[in-house]
Design a protein around this ligand. Structure first.
Ligand SMILES: *[C@@H]1O[C@H](CO)[C@@H](O)[C@H](O)[C@H]1NC(C)=O
Length: 333
């Protein structure tokens, strides 16, 4: 059995190195009343050689459809579950029993994300203990899957220029607990990075080309570094903030990024196609960001489907696919 674990570990490391090249995954959201069967959605992902997906909450049908496919998955907990997971270690054990144990031998579960975009906020206080309890429940079950949480750029009070990135006073105390835990496990922080919202919120100062990776000018200087796209600038603002908090040793995974095709300023199929394909090329190049040159930025596109149960307007228009499995635009996956 010991040997089995050792072998499984070596294999999963090799797999991770291999997947480092194929750094692009997709968020599979389920807020639609017309979405295809998970088995059909997963078959489509397989046909496109998508190596990994992220789920916002555990879903039995999706996890079952993933069995034996080799597609890796980040599984989120629902935000509503953070409080029980934090205050009751048996709730965390039950969560692992229900959502991990039945699958982990045939589904490559690469991370459990305790909550999505709750820091800073009322639920933030529960994140560190929820992470700890999920981690302890897996240790007790002899399962080694990293536990993290996904945060938005709201954890920063300054993000431009990137070198000035700093945690906001509201977020800092909880982020320090979270990143101390992550550093002790060598696990990454998940960050949701939307150049779209930065551009849409400040079109006078943020050129569309810079947000779309189409900046052909000399770039934006920041000390000795030069930025050619807003994505790198936003990721590096997080790195700079972690460094200032004494946690430069924590890596990041971009758990969400994308561009809407409708419903807002600069939202169009053409811009979305430009953003996503330039993103794929940039991330796959392995060149990293100016602050972390050569370090792969594992990235998940938001999202797989247009989801009609989300709020009206922009929220419904991030999908690469219509619910009938026709592409909204072609991404060079
Ligand atoms: C899929 O749905 C889209 C949007 O409703 C539509 O434009 C397209 O024609 C449909 N494709 C098929 C094959 O039905």
């Amino acid at each position: 059995m010991e040997n089995f674990y050792a072998l499984a570990f070596i294999l999963s490391c090799l797999l991770n190195i291999y997947q480092g090249v194929l750094a692009i995954g997709i968020n599979y959201g389920l807020q639609g009343d017309n979405l295809p069967l998970p088995s059909d959605a997963i078959a489509t992902l397989q046909s496109r050689n998508v190596p990994k997906i992220r789920l916002f909450e555990p879903n039995e049908d999706v996890l079952t459809a993933l069995k034996g496919t080799g597609i890796s998955v980040i599984i989120g907990t629902r935000n509503e579950d953070l409080e029980p997971l934090a205050i009751d270690s048996s709730a965390a054990s039950t969560w692992i029993q229900t959502n991990v144990i039945p699958y982990y031998t045939s589904v490559n579960i690469i991370c459990i994300a305790a909550g999505n975009e709750v820091v800073p906020g009322d639920l933030a206080q529960y994140v560190p203990a929820a992470m700890q309890n999920l981690d302890s429940a897996m240790t007790a079950a002899k399962i080694a899957i990293p536990v993290s949480t996904a945060v938005s750029m709201q954890v920063l009070s300054v993000s431009s220029p990137p070198s000035q990135g700093v945690l906001s006073p509201d977020a800092a105390p909880i982020m320090n607990q979270i990143t101390t835990f992550l550093a002790s496990r060598r696990s990454p922080l998940l960050i949701n990075v939307y150049p779209y919202y930065a551009r849409a919120g400040d079109p006078a100062n943020i050129p569309l080309d810079y947000a779309l990776f189409e900046d052909t000018a000399t770039g934006v200087p920041d000390g000795s570094l030069t930025y050619h796209n807003l994505f790198d600038a936003m990721v590096d603002a997080v790195y700079a903030a972690l460094e200032k908090a004494g946690r430069g040793d924590v890596g990041v995974v971009v758990s969400e990024t994308g561009w809407p095709t409708d419903g807002g300023i600069d939202a169009s199929i053409e811009n979305a196609k430009t953003y996503v394909n330039n993103l794929i090329e940039h991330v796959s190049s392995g060149e990293g960001t100016p602050r972390r040159p050569g370090k792969n930025v594992e990235t998940y596109i938001f999202s797989l489907f247009k989801e009609d149960l989300k709020s009206e307007g922009i929220e419904q228009h991030w999908g690469l696919y219509y619910p009938n499995l026709t592409e909204v635009y072609h991404a060079n996956l």
